[in-house]
Design a protein around this ligand. Structure first.
Ligand code: NAD
Length: 543
């Protein structure tokens, strides 16, 4: 029983460690990498209190070093999905009734463990398992994940304070209940922080969760699971399983206690899930919450008044950090004819200074793409552009998978604003440029708005305030996260709530109050102090 209203003030963002040469954090991170590479680990599924090992043992390799084995995980089947749902439901009542402060403190402790004891381990695991460089792994696995945990505690405490009016003679209150049933969290490979946040945000609200990460993120997901256990998360509240997507969907979406899905990944997979949920709608006790952040085809629109260096930097960082494997990565740019040549030249000369290679050598800006499937898909787009008559590869275009899945940052220039790589999501280090007539800015805005089915992120680079205002207004539905004179990537929890609409998802803004509302089901309670004792209203009396 809580004997007070406890406060969780707005936290500050976790400071980013820089990993400069000879810094103590660089030495600590290198030691963590060495330590992880010295032991092959066995990663079980976590179902209730059980660590489950199966006969289906799958090796984990760094994307940049295919021949090296980091460890193995144990793939499950249909029976493990059933077991995970059962374990979640068994934990539900105790978890949902635990006092808010005790629930909150588990996640705040997890944040502190990540910021201290486990910081270098989870950053190193993300570098090795998902092929991020030190900085990209730091801003993801350390800072963003820590921020999600701390800010969500603050936001949820604010939601709990939101209460209705109580006129004289009665009391009205809202109880912010968790959903009835279990929540399914399905996470992508590209962010350790998203992997952690999808189950943790729902669990923070009192829900019980079945969590299935992408196979290529299991290595770092396992570290987060250890952190949660050490922070005191009761068994069964989050169950981590590794099963094939369709198997997962078949079991979860036909279960009457399915209460919602918290998904991040591709648009095609989300659409499949939504369809399957619709087909099974008659089975569920409640209407499930369907929350999905999906693909992007993120744009940079450069105005004739732009500063060339600002535009080039936004393009290089926006398109090529983490090899373009961010949902927010810049992948189509619209250049004004007056600046196009200067921007292209600078882009090409700057890219020549960038090296591609293992993240274990900290001087590499670009590293390997996640796996063979991604490599083959991205190479397909590059080769198609090479053969096309309306496109030219002006930088990069080479690749090599002999050691790891390396693709040089590639820039395609097209004369066709509807060229395939101007609208399809590639999810790799490939940027396509289209040059528009500088005096026809509104037509360029129209192209940006209508070319792709996605609407996740986008940037306008301009110094002219009238142009900035026009683009901001006319592109109001083209991006859920819109940037002015900056790259379209790198959203920070508490600063730029993240998510897009159209084909990019339900725009429930991860790391904000909006997202947490989706994992709550409010109950209104009205209590009358001196109840009326007769049905008749005054208007019924005779004059
Ligand atoms: P993906 O769609 O291939 O996989 C995402 C998750 O869904 C994985 O866990 C996968 O195993 C699972 N899955 C696949 N098929 C399934 C099925 N039929 N049923 C149930 N689950 C299934 O995505 P990915 O390659 O891991 O990640 C890249 C994608 O994620 C890109 O499209 C990117 O834009 C998107 N993404 C979006 C955001 C955002 O906030 N909008 C953030 C990160 C990534």
């Amino acid at each position: 029983m809580s004997l007070g209203t406890f406060s969780y003030p707005l936290p500050t963002n976790e400071p980013i460690q820089q990993y400069a040469p000879n810094s103590p954090e660089k030495a600590a991170l290198q030691a963590a990498i060495k330590q992880l590479k010295s032991t092959e680990i066995d990663i079980p599924q976590y179902i209730g209190s059980q660590q489950v090992f199966t006969a289906n043992k799958i090796a984990i390799h760094p994307p940049h070093e295919k021949s090296f084995t980091l460890g193995h995980f144990y793939e499950g089947g249909e029976e493990h999905v059933h077991q995970a749902i059962d374990a979640a439901l068994a934990a539900k009542s105790t978890w949902a009734s635990l006092s808010w402060e005790n629930r909150a403190h588990i996640f705040l402790k997890a944040a502190d463990l990540l910021a201290t004891k486990y910081r270098y381990q989870i950053v190193a695991a993300t570098m090795l398992g998902q092929g991020k460089n030190a900085y990209q792994a730091e801003i993801d696995a350390a800072c963003e994940l820590i921020d999600f945990l701390r800010f969500n505690v603050h936001y949820l405490s604010q939601i709990y304070q939101q209460q209705p009016l109580s006129p004289a003679g009665m009391h009205n209150r809202l109880e912010w209940r968790p959903l009835e049933g279990f929540v399914l969290a399905v996470s992508p490979f590209n962010f350790t922080a998203i992997g952690g946040n999808l189950p943790a945000s729902a669990a923070l609200c009192g829900n019980v969760v079945v969590w299935k990460p992408a196979y290529t993120q299991i290595y770092s997901a396992n570290v987060f699971m250890q952190v949660l256990k050490e922070a005191g998360l009761p068994d069964g509240v989050i169950n981590l399983i590794y099963v094939d997507g369709p198997v997962l969907g078949k079991v979860c979406f036909t279960n009457p206690t399915f209460a919602g899905v918290h998904f991040t990944g591709s648009t095609a997979v989300f659409n499949t899930m939504w369809k399957s949920i619709g087909e099974n709608i008659h089975r569920y006790k409640s209407y499930p919450r369907i929350v999905g952040e999906t693909g992007g085809k993120d744009f940079v629109l450069v105005h004739k008044s732009a500063d060339v260096d600002v535009a080039v930097t936004a393009l290089i960082r926006g398109a090529f950090e983490y090899q373009g494997q961010k949902c927010s990565a810049a992948s189509r740019a619209y250049l004004p004819s007056n600046l196009a040549e200067a921007i292209k030249e600078k882009l090409i000369s700057t890219l020549a200074t960038i090296t591609t290679g293992t993240p274990e050598d900290f001087s590499n800006f670009v590293n390997a793409v996640i796996d063979e499937r991604a490599y083959t898909k991205i190479v397909g787009y590059i080769e198609a552009a090479r053969k096309a008559t309306d496109a030219t590869i002006i930088a990069g275009g080479t690749y090599d998978d002999s050691v790891g899945y390396f693709i040089q940052p590639t820039v395609i220039a097209t004369t066709n604003p509807h060229f395939t790589t101007m609208w399809e999501e590639i999810f790799g280090p490939v940027l396509t440029l289209y040059v528009y007539e500088a005096e026809e800015f509104e037509a360029a805005i129209e192209l940006v708005d209508t070319t792709s089915p996605y609407a996740l992120t986008g940037a306008i680079i301009a110094q002219d305030r009238v142009a900035l205002e026009l683009a901001t207004r006319l592109l109001s539905n083209a991006a859920g996260n819109f940037y002015v004179n900056d790259k379209p990537t790198g959203a920070v929890v508490g600063q730029q709530p993240f998510g897009g609409a159209r084909g990019s998802g339900t725009n429930d803004k991860a790391g904000s109050m909006l997202n947490l509302f989706r994992w709550l089901s409010a109950r209104t309670i009205k209590e009358v102090y001196v109840p009326v004792t007769h049905y008749a209203y005054p208007f019924l009396s005779k004059d």
